[in-house]
Design a protein around this ligand. Structure first.
Ligand code: GAL
Ligand code: MG
Length: 984
């Protein structure tokens, strides 16, 4: 069909739309006067191009034309139409603005609705909450308008085009438009009417748009002010302010002029205590209710203050995303996310990288979250244009006048929609779009329009062609993935005056993030480090059914055969696509717990608590449960119910009998329990914990006892050790045991090996090549010398060997002493030298292949969830019993998982192991090779054994999939390794 070409025209962004307005749901006679048009009775047909859409399609015999029933809102790719695609930076179309591809897939929608006589007499508006990427609307055959900006609403007045009785609305949605170049967010690319559509019925005169502000005076009194930005007609507007209990605080009448309602002693809003007033605007038959949190935002000495108090943003980046419905989410989905965030102590959300559903900010105000509200804007793809001189193109759109209006339009749509939402602390101009005059102008507009909020835009630090963050109107220095060194330098540099936030950090992809603690230490240390937002909240995938083994089939980039795609880079959240928490979320939760404890004077039984909340007193929020335990045995426990400590302050508490019970391997664990019900969370919730060792860590003395006579025999390949219980065979060329038979039972089903490989975690994606270059994935052992002696009750085998990979020189040279007693206990004493020209290692340890039925596991170490040297803050040291099945952390993209760090002891099936120093272990039905090779968890095949890794060391997991390289202190990179281990 022929439509007027607005979609490839940078100066026609909207046709026939109403002025932007704040989001609200008007009421008449106490009922919402907006009719939800969403439903499954829309008619829909998809075409590969606009031209193929039948002319005046709404007049056709829809069934004959192939229209089907369609649920709205929805993404047509999730309904079987068009190509699914995940691309991060690269544009899904050629870069040829303002043009879209000639063949532009299009969806034709038809929806019939009826109006009563009364309704037909009112003014009527269509409110589209979100349509990707642009759309044309007709009512009863008459053209109504055109709009774009996928994640911002568009409103059209249709009064006069409708009639009492049945009316037909037709909508034509195009997959691409000039706006596509500004919507290059890292996400699955979906199309269609993906958010709700409402028909809003209004009287002749009404308030269209208004701005609420809440200045607080020095003396603590406040005002709720209202500016009427657009009023239709000349109604008298009765404004009433009530408190949360419904008690009237004040009222005012306006005929369009600004009003102010004084609040003498306001209860201020903050994310911990989200107290809301209600402002009611009544104009004729219509009322609008606006929730109002009274609060101030300011910056002082590089600190961000809310209500004059310094706050720290412990945030996440959130997309609207659902594995079953794509970019379409329900209010329930949103609330579930918010609830999980609250339960995880999160207090801030960046709506990356576009306005979330329109009701989202109101929910944040109600439940208590600080928001960075970001405009629907990212032009990252310009960074990947073809150049032959390597120059950076990131500023192309930011600095080209042709885009000025589009960039400003997106700010206005963002700011005006959400301006009355208390949760919004920052406006963000967008993401990764370079920097330049268009952003400076847009930023100036935002600051002038709303001077009460802070302005954020991270990309101001890049390719700025003379434009600079420091001289701009931006209120904060924002970075993504800045490493800890950079953060320290910034915070200590007195010339750097702006508050610092990491709008993205601790990239949560796969098994990780591993460096949370290091960042949080800095955040609590430096005033200027005001907060960070984990990238990102959820994994993005599409659910494609169930596999034969019952696993969900989640697809990510490439699985739909698209090009370009970015693989599993969309699987980088704190929760799985279906919102099961990743262990990374548990880690983040405990790192941002409300209280921190440190041993003060343990002998005297005192512990110091630090209330890291910004507003709430511990007296109102936290109770403590404590336990003193030694190797899993409970020595004492109790509760401390009343602790008084204001926000940011410290207090000492006394734990009965702490001094007397302190001793080797003894730990105090303090569990912080929520004291009273709060928004979305309940009394009794575990908010976090601290574990304090009541001893100095010392190396153990590790010996195996003499246990009766052993015999030693030799043949060409092996040493054979026997007693009345065992027959052990040691491979002279293998440098380890090839058979272990005890009490007639084979303990291993393949030779023991030294292992240096782990299935790369997503955060190893960069170092993986380096490791493969070094050959850590294919270690060959070369035994130079292997002698044995029988000392009567112990056999001793001395072995000298190296480990190298094919075509490389050895990276490790070692001397091992293996001792065996008559009970079949083995002690390994190993001294290894690493060639330091080689990179740090994923792991170093032994692998034992156990029979499949050896599936019962017990350990003392960091559990119950997987733990690594740089990721164990959700874990505590205790005695845990579990199974090989339960140890699996089933990442959709398989990778190393389920290890346990710092174990004093571990038993798998009948075999026990313990080290002189704590060790790391892993027990799985899958080999590291299997986990390395398979792209999805539902493709994994079990080995038929229990693969048991006993590791001298395992490198940390970090967050290098996007964040900085693994911190040095978490790398397994010792030149000399001394390992003592008993297995038996
Ligand atoms: C950032 C970007 C995010 C996401 C992340 C990687 O650069 O802002 O949208 O792509 O990297 O997961
Ligand atoms: Mg990007």
């Amino acid at each position: 069909m022929k439509v007027q070409n607005f979609y490839e025209n940078l100066s026609t962004l909207h046709v026939g739309t109403m002025d932007n307005r704040c989001w609200y749901v008007p009421k008449q006679d106490g009922r919402e006067s907006q009719i939800l048009l969403s439903g499954d009775d829309w008619k829909f047909a998809w075409y590969p191009s606009v031209e193929e859409v039948p002319e005046h399609f709404w007049e056709k015999d829809l069934e004959k034309e192939g229209f089907i029933n369609m649920e709205v809102p929805s993404c047509w790719q999730m309904k079987g139409f068009g190509q699914k695609q995940y691309t991060n930076v690269r544009y899904p179309i050629p870069y040829d603005p303002p043009y879209a591809p000639g063949e532009n897939p299009s969806g034709a929608y038809v929806k019939d609705f009826t109006l009563t006589e009364k309704e037909a007499g009112e003014r009527q508006f269509l409110y589209f909450e979100g349509v990707d990427s642009c759309f044309y609307v007709w009512i009863n055959g008459e053209f109504v308008g055109y709009s774009q900006v996928s994640h911002s609403p568009s409103e059209f007045e249709i009064t006069g085009k409708t009639k009492a009785g049945s009316n037909r609305m037709a909508v034509l949605v195009l997959k691409w438009c000039d706006g596509t170049y500004l919507e290059d967010q890292d996400k699955l690319r979906f199309s269609g009417i993906f958010r709700d559509v409402e028909l809003v019925l209004r009287p002749q005169e009404f308030v269209h748009d208004f701005t609420v502000q809440t200045p607080v005076a020095e003396d603590g009194s406040a005002e709720v002010t209202v500016r009427f930005d657009r009023v239709e007609g000349d109604p008298e507007i009765n404004c009433t302010l009530t408190d949360a209990e419904g008690k009237e605080i004040g009222r005012a009448v306006s005929n369009g002029e600004n009003i102010a309602i004084p609040v003498a002693a306001p209860v201020l809003w903050n994310a911990e205590q989200p107290y809301l007033y209600t402002l009611t605007l009544q104009a004729g038959a219509e009322t609008i209710e606006q929730k109002v949190g009274i609060r101030t935002i300011s910056v002082e000495d590089g600190k961000i203050l809310i209500n004059g108090k310094q706050v720290k943003f412990r945030g996440v980046n959130r997309h609207d995303s659902n594995p079953y419905t794509g970019a379409t989410v329900t209010r329930e989905d949103v609330i579930r996310d918010l609830q999980l965030m609250k339960e995880s102590n999160v207090n801030a959300i960046r709506t990356s990288h576009y306005p979330n559903a329109p009701y989202f900010p109101e929910l944040c105000s109600e439940y208590g979250f600080y928001m960075i509200a970001e405009a629907d804007l990212e032009s990252h793809g310009v960074g990947t244009l073809y150049t032959n001189d390597g120059h950076d193109c990131m500023g192309y759109i930011a600095q080209d006048d042709a885009w000025a209006e589009s960039i400003l339009d997106r700010q206005k749509r963002n700011v005006i929609r959400d301006k009355n939402q208390s949760a919004v602390i920052f406006w963000s101009l967008g993401n990764e779009s370079g920097y330049g005059g268009n952003f400076e102008d847009a930023g100036r507009w935002v600051k002038a329009y709303d001077p009460t909020r802070l302005l954020h835009y991270e990309a101001s630090i890049y390719n700025s062609a003379g434009y600079h963050n420091d001289v701009s109107m931006l209120d904060v220095m924002s970075r993504m993935y800045a490493d800890t060194e950079w953060v320290k330098e910034y915070c200590e540099d007195r010339r750097m005056r702006k508050p610092f936030i990491q709008c993205e950090f601790i990239h949560a992809m796969g098994n990780g993030p591993g460096d949370i603690h290091d960042y949080m230490e800095l955040m609590y240390k430096y005033d200027k480090f005001c907060g960070g937002f984990v990238w990102e909240w959820c994994d993005h995938a599409t659910w494609e059914g169930k596999a034969a083994d019952g696993r969900d089939i989640f697809h990510y980039g490439g699985d739909a055969g698209e090009f370009p795609h970015d693989g599993n880079f969309c699987m980088d959240g704190l929760v799985y696509p279906d919102r099961r928490p990743h262990t990374g979320l548990l880690e983040w939760k405990n790192e941002i717990r409300p209280v921190h404890a440190a041993g003060k004077d343990l002998a005297a039984g005192t512990v110091e608590l630090w209330n890291v909340q910004d507003f709430a007193d511990l007296a109102d929020t936290v109770q403590i449960r404590y336990e003193i335990k030694k190797e899993g045995t409970l020595l004492a426990e109790g509760e401390i119910r009343e602790i008084t400590c204001p926000a940011h302050e410290k207090v000492c508490i006394t734990i009965p009998r702490l001094g007397e019970l302190s001793g080797d391997q003894t730990y105090l664990k303090l569990t912080y329990v929520q004291k009273a019900d709060q928004a979305l969370t309940r009394q009794g919730r575990v908010m976090g914990f601290d574990q304090i060792a009541l001893f100095e860590e010392r190396e153990k003395v590790l010996e195996i006892a003499e246990a009766g006579a052993v015999a030693l025999e030799e043949n060409d390949t092996s040493w054979i050790i026997t007693s009345d219980r065992i027959r052990y065979v040691f491979g002279k060329k293998k440098g380890a045991f090839t058979e272990l038979v005890r009490d007639g039972k084979a303990l291993i089903e393949a030779p023991m090996t030294f292992e240096t490989w782990r299935a790369p975690v997503d955060n190893d994606r960069n170092v993986r090549q380096v490791w493969e270059e070094a050959g850590y994935d294919r270690p060959w052992i070369r035994v130079y010398d292997c002698t044995a002696e029988n000392a009567g009750e112990k056999v001793r085998i001395h072995c000298e060997f190296s480990i190298a990979s094919v075509y490389r020189q050895p990276f490790l040279r070692a001397k091992a002493l293996w001792e065996v007693n008559a009970d079949g206990q083995i002690k390994l004493t190993l001294d290894a030298d690493k060639d330091m020209t080689f990179p740090y290692m994923p792991r170093f340890g032994l692998q034992l292949v156990l029979p499949e039925d050896q599936d019962q596991v017990e350990y003392i170490g960091y559990g119950p969830t997987e733990s690594y040297q740089d990721k164990h803050r959700a874990c505590w040291v205790d005695r845990f019993t579990t199974t090989v099945d339960e140890l699996l952390e089933d990442y959709v993209k398989p990778q190393e998982n389920g290890s346990h760090y710092h174990c004093a002891f571990v038993k798998v099936g009948e075999l026990k192991a313990e080290g002189k120093k704590p060790l790391s272990f892993n027990a799985s039905y899958y080999t590291a090779q299997e986990l390395t090779e398979k792209m999805h968890n539902y493709e994994l095949e079990k080995s038929g054994h229990v693969i048991w890794h006993l590791d001298y060391g395992m490198s940390g997991v970090g967050s290098n999939s996007c964040g900085p390289e693994l911190l040095k202190q978490y790398r397994l990179n010792e030149e000399k390794m001394h390992w003592e281990l008993v297995i038996g």
